[in-house]
Design a protein around this ligand. Structure first.
Ligand code: AP5
Ligand code: MG
Length: 208
């Protein structure tokens, strides 16, 4: 088995779907955004370099990202492949990745721009387990997160001004990857402007 790429704009539901399809594929989620936020929190050199880009909503330089990925895919749990979430985001990242691991499917979650701001600005994450919720569309259950120790967390880049920069980065730097993967026969897209569970069903059908 090779690796899968979850592709789409900010707020498309990459993290939400990764958590759901992980249970079926057994492939670990590798989110470069989550790895960078962990590095920022630790105050590591990578975190210090990445923070200024992330706070603005700009992409972090390719060499930083590729360093993280090369290290991550050495871990034992990546031996049978991984599910990349938010990586690759530029053509140089995709080119480098093609020399590191086999990609079997690129799953694009399509969501129109006008939906993105409301999704991002209402996002809540459980600080204890990382599960993603939304104030309106996917609320935290009254009994709290299933991990049992819900801690409400909101991302510093989840504000309207930064979202617009992130969307712009997506359209200019990341969306050309759709044709890059399409020409290699790996690209599949699903309508992401629907119920979370229906999107999961479509993604699993593509994988089966
Ligand atoms: P990253 O963390 O990857 O952020 P992003 O791409 O902007 O994507 P998000 O995590 O915001 O959205 P998502 O698609 O995971 O959606 P989610 O499931 O949470 O990157 C952050 C930053 O790190 C970047 O800006 C950049 O600086 C840097 N970076 C990361 N990777 C990089 C790379 N490879 N190269 C360079 N720089 C990099 O859902 C969003 C909300 O919507 C949630 O509240 C959810 O509950 C809700 N929702 C989900 N699905 C639905 C649905 N179907 N209907 C209604 N609501 C829904
Ligand atoms: Mg995410």
């Amino acid at each position: 088995m090779g690796s899968i790429v979850l592709f789409g704009p900010p707020g498309a539901g990459k993290g939400t779907q990764a958590q759901r399809i992980m249970e079926h594929t057994g492939l670990p989620q590798v989110s470069t955004g989550d790895m960078l936020r962990a590095a920022v929190k630790m105050g590591s050199p990578i975190g210090l370099e990445a923070k200024s880009f992330m706070d603005k909503g700009a992409l972090v330089p390719d060499d930083v990202i590729l360093g993280l990925i090369k290290e991550r895919i050495q871990h034992d749990d990546a031996a049978n492949g991984v599910m990349f979430d938010g990586f690759p985001r530029t053509i140089p990242q995709a080119e480098a990745l093609s020399n590191l691991t086999e990609i079997t499917h690129v799953l694009a979650i399509e969501v129109p721009d006008e939906r993105i701001v409301e999704r991002i600005c209402g996002r809540v994450t459980c600080g204890a387990c990382g599960k993603v919720f939304h104030d309106t569309f996917n609320p935290v259950p009254p009994e709290g997160c299933e991990c049992g120790s819900f801690q409400e967390k909101r991302r510093v880049d989840d504000n309207e001004a930064t979202v617009l920069t992130r969307l712009d980065a997506y359209h200019v730097q990341t969306s050309p990857l759709a044709d890059w993967y399409r020409s290699r026969g790996l690209f599949h897209s699903v309508d992401g402007d629907r119920d979370i569970a229906d999107i999961t069903d479509d993604l699993l059908n593509i994988l089966n």
